[in-house]
Design a protein around this ligand. Structure first.
Ligand SMILES: [Zn+2]
Length: 416
């Protein structure tokens, strides 16, 4: 197989064809501002799926759909018993989403298959392009529900019973648009899974690198904190006797920020929600409920941050005379991608002569769940200003092509 590999290193996808498919797909649910509104399991999502399926059938693929509506388009290999090497992403979008989030990973996969067809290259293992249902979580919460069911994070009943704001369930909508497949979600062995995606952050652009070799995703801890003092009149109550819950919350926000800054690089620490009671301009706040979001790629450092938060809130509450209720409501362990997959992406970038760097994913992706059941890796490419989940989301044709070339190299490394 050395011969094939040698040819393989020089293989390149057709960047303009990839661009054309992205632009065609973006017309389905296209918005006036140049973005995309294609919510999961709507008629528009059906149109996007139908177009993808038609393109894959034209490329000679066999189509399979599971009972969460995940689509797998397979290009057969020499060995039909071998587990497929899979790539993909999602076709649903945020209400004011962009052209590239998700669609890029799906259509980059299709471009890889088309390139192999053009050059008449057979692989040992089959190659599949996957479309995961409801990645965004915008219409049906939570996000990444179908890759989550695939990886065993949720059971199928839970996945199918999620409902939208009008009470329509995933099961009903899958049936309605004709994508309630007969395969059991998760009953599919993957030799490896690769996902190409726009970065959705500014790091690659800032560093002037084309390819992000994603090593994994961050660990997260979410908290809800309630500080309770005493409501009192803002006029007659002397400063020294006050038990001001908002003062406690403010000091905690400063502490949260300090904890985040103390653990650079890597840590993110945010207070994004605050409920002040009674929220009246001439009443000293009696209680405040607020949320803290901590993230770090290293779970041990995240534990240190956890301890620092607990110490800080205890002493702040004691100083001001407040009752403290601190509850950790979520802990997600870090995602560590497979070393071989990560290496394949790095050497793909190297052999194509692209600039590259290791990077951690700040956002969740289907790949983060799939990593629980298959060797997984991700490729990031820059997006303008690091902006996504926005109609102005933008990426250059050259970067999209580069990411797709690296995807091709990584897939060939595994598919033989
Ligand atoms: Zn996405």
């Amino acid at each position: 197989m050395t011969g094939t590999k040698a040819i393989g290193k020089n293989l390149r996808v057709d960047g303009s064809r990839l661009w054309e498919s992205l632009m065609k797909m973006a017309q389905i649910g296209g918005t006036e501002k140049g973005g995309v509104c294609r919510l999961a399991l709507t008629d528009l999502d059906k149109q996007a799926r139908d177009l993808f399926v038609r393109w894959c059938e034209d490329a000679g693929c066999n189509i399979a759909v599971d009972n969460m509506g995940n689509i797998f388009a397979q290009r057969p290999g020499r060995n039909s018993n071998a587990a497929p090497v899979v790539t993909g992403s999602h076709l649903d979008s945020q209400p004011t989403g962009g052209k590239y989030d998700g669609a890029y990973g799906v259509l980059a996969g299709l471009e890889v298959l088309r390139t192999l067809n053009d050059l008449d290259i057979e692989t040992e293992a089959p190659i599949e392009v996957a479309v995961w249902t409801n990645e965004e979580g915008s219409r049906f919460a939570p996000a990444m529900i179908a890759s989550g069911v695939f990886a065993g994070a949720f059971n199928i009943e839970h996945g199918l019973s999620r409902s939208d704001a009008d009470g329509r369930t995933v099961a009903e909508e899958l049936e309605r648009i004709g994508y309630a497949g007969n395969l059991n979600c998760g009953d599919r062995e993957l030799a490896a899974y690769f996902e190409a995606h726009i970065e959705q952050g500014p790091i690659l652009e800032d560093q002037g690198k084309t390819i992000g070799v994603v090593s994994g995703g961050q660990a997260q801890r979410w908290y809800e904190i309630t500080l309770t003092g005493q409501e009192a009149h803002a006029g007659p109550t002397p400063m020294l006797t006050r038990r001001d819950a908002l003062l406690g919350a403010s000091r905690t926000i400063v502490a949260v920020n300090r904890i985040g800054l103390e653990h650079q690089p890597g840590a993110c620490a945010t207070v994004g929600m605050l409920q002040v009671h009674p929220n009246s301009r001439n009443v000293i706040p009696g209680s405040v409920l607020f949320a803290v979001d901590f993230r770090h790629p290293d779970d041990e450092i995240l534990s240190t941050m956890d301890q620092q938060l607990r110490n800080a809130t205890e002493s702040i509450a004691a100083e001001i005379g407040l009752a403290l209720d601190l509850e950790q409501i979520w802990h997600a362990p870090p995602v560590v991608f497979d070393e071989k997959c990560v290496d394949a992406i790095r050497s793909g970038a190297k052999s194509c002569n692209y600039t590259y760097m290791d990077i951690i994913s700040g956002a969740g992706h289907d790949a983060c769940y799939v990593a629980r059941v298959a060797p997984t890796g991700m490729i990031f490419i820059p997006c303008e200003g690091g902006i996504s989940h926005n109609e102005i989301e933008a990426a250059t044709s050259a970067d999209l092509e580069a990411g797709c070339n690296v995807l091709l190299q990584a897939i060939l490394e595994f598919a033989g």
